[in-house]
Write a protein that binds this ligand. Structure first.
Ligand SMILES: [Fe+2]
Ligand SMILES: [Fe+2]
Length: 275
């Protein structure tokens, strides 16, 4: 069951004068990644074969993710009427595919898989919250708030499921933290960089990972405020089984905030030299 529908949003309230072009490029990239969620369900169906309760939940999850893509795609076409979401998604599918034909999680266990999914939802819920806080465009603000709420519910879905598997697989806190952090680092891999390339660059321009991830990250990381990082760190610690609200969490949040700002500047520098 979806918690909201695209048709419920007040699309007539769209205000072109309040559109920030750097957000448009991020929204275009995010739209095709979100729409691609059905591939991940296929992967999860293989990994969680026999767990019908989770498979049903994962199928509902994918429909919500696809709706995120469709809502963001619709908004991006209002912001840039020359852009075509369906056509961009088709090109993205032709370029980027995940390997769904597996019989076990690439994270080593079902618990590990759930930890990785928790990290993806941590990333998306903080990303859309930061965009909702940054934009003055009323439709995008409302859409990002709805999506961020969905992403947090998804985090809880995977977190609860992780606990079911933890009882059997017994992964220690450091092992959980290691899987969580390795998934966080994967955000700099090809998925987002390719999405940026397909949705923002000319079709005849060759793909260059460093240029594209720099273009995406230099913009995306710029919207994160200290409070968003505080929430990210609390969710990472919670997933690893550590106390989410503590002096340690505040210390790590401060460090993470400075790290993110430093990374943002590094990506911006890479982008300048690449273009
Ligand atoms: Fe999503
Ligand atoms: Fe999600």
């Amino acid at each position: 069951m979806k918690h909201w529908r695209i048709e419920q949003m007040d699309w007539d309230a769209f205000d072109a004068s309040k559109v920030d072009p750097s957000i448009v490029s991020l929204i275009k990239s995010a739209s095709v990644v979100e729409r691609n969620a059905r591939d991940y369900t296929e992967y999860l169906v293989h990994v969680f074969a026999g767990d019908q309760g989770f498979i049903d939940a994962a199928q509902n999850w994918a429909e919500e993710e696809v709706q995120h893509g469709d809502a963001l795609g619709k908004w991006a076409m209002l912001a840039d009427p020359s852009w075509n979401y369906e056509e961009a998604f088709k090109r993205y599918r032709d370029t980027y595919r995940i390997d769904v034909d597996v019989d076990a999680s690439i994270r080593g266990s079902r618990t590990g898989e759930m930890i990785a999914r928790c990290m993806v939802e941590t990333g998306t819920s903080s990303f859309y919250t930061s965009l909702a806080d940054a934009t003055d465009e009323p439709v995008l603000k409302a859409v990002c708030k709805q999506i961020a709420a969905d992403e947090y519910r998804h985090f809880k879905l995977f977190y609860d499921c992780m606990h079911r598997y933890l009882k059997r697989e017994k992964l220690g806190r450091w092992a959980r933290l290691r899987i969580a952090l390795s998934r966080v680092l994967e955000s700099e891999d090809d998925e987002l960089a390719t999405a940026y390339h397909i949705t923002n660059e000319p079709a005849d321009m060759p793909y260059d990972h460093k240029r594209c991830i720099s273009a995406y990250m230099s913009r995306a990381l710029g919207f994160y405020q200290r409070k968003h990082l505080g929430r990210v760190v609390a969710m990472v610690l919670k997933t690893a089984g550590m106390t989410p609200h503590s002096r340690l969490q505040r210390f790590i949040s401060d460090a993470a905030y400075h790290l993110i700002k430093w990374r943002q500047k590094t990506f911006a520098r890479h982008l300048k030299t690449a273009s």
